[in-house]
Design a protein. Sequence first.
Lengths: 110, 112
Amino acid sequence: DQQVKQNSPSLSVQEGRISILNCDYTNSMFDYFLWYKKYPAEGPTFLISISSIKDKNEDGRFTVFLNKSAKHLSLHIVPSQPGDSAVYFCAAMSDYKLSFGAGTTVTVRA
Amino acid sequence: NAGVTQTPKFQVLKTGQSMTLQCAQDMNHNSMYWYRQDPGMGLRLIYYSASEGTTDKGEVPNGYNVSRLNKREFSLRLESAAPSQTSVYFCASSDLRNQPQHFGDGTRLSIL
């Protein structure tokens, strides 16, 4: 049973516009949430995280929002750049262990 | 600035052969992890080691064994490889609980 779900397998966005990636989870024991970015033939790279005691965390062009009551988090990328084209994984942590979503492939069009 | 190093990068095995995947980290992290990634799926935890001297099962441990050799190294062993174990394997490490995990570049394993 998948505890972390990314329901959009792909997202296409024009360069300079906002990318919004969504993630839903079912386990209320998750207390730390992360987004990873992955290029082909490389390992996932940590992007941004948020603790369950917060509802927003911002780092440059990347902002993560957490809605605990809805068990939903989102990643906003503003403005989107060609180098942002990659697979983005949402992950949630409980007791050292990470559960991952299936990923969203983002394509930034020139 | 190596971070997490996995060897080998690619391997082809025949069904029934055994294989050990190696992982080493140079960040002095306490916790280490092994994941597998299959097409259309996220990474799934196979085994993890919260600290040196301890190992625990993750979501998909069947068919695998692990050894935390020391603080730096965490190996994953397939005793009798099966085609269902064809996958990309990632090793990761982290410092403390609720800290990001840092990943290696993966081992692409094919079992015929």
